[in-house]
Design a protein around this ligand. Sequence first.
Ligand code: UDP
Ligand code: MG
Length: 134
Amino acid sequence: MSNIEQTLSIIKPDAVERNLVEEIKNIFLKNNITIIESKKIHISKEEASEFYKVHQSKPFYDDLCNYLASGPIFVMILEGKGVVTLNRRLMGATDPKKAEKDTIRKLYGISIDKNSIHGSDSVENANKEINFFF
Ligand code: UDP
Ligand code: MG
């Protein structure tokens, strides 16, 4: 049996812009995930750079930070059994072209950079990312 966990989910600017917040929330709800807290915010480039600093050495870092700050995002604390792993499964692979059928990125992602959603990759990072936004 998995433990009850929390994780951070972010609906990225491309998906907020296309009014996909409710559709994506419904995918979580149908999978027995509870949305504990949520808010729509528009972060600065500096905040995006801080959030994504684990990627600071990557060639895509600057574009990624500009992108996350390019428009409103919808951030959520998700809670449920094994939700860190479950959320990653529901999101699908980073590149929407490689994402599995019916995953959020397969359904809605536009490209590897505009891939509609972020999700924490471990319980430890989930705690850090939740504290960053809430
Ligand atoms: N990303 C990108 N180009 C790449 C790899 C990643 O633009 O070649 C972006 C993409 O938006 C991804 C984010 O950087 O969601 C963070 O990358 P990570 O490898 O952590 O992927 P994720 O955990 O989001 O699947
Ligand atoms: Mg990641």
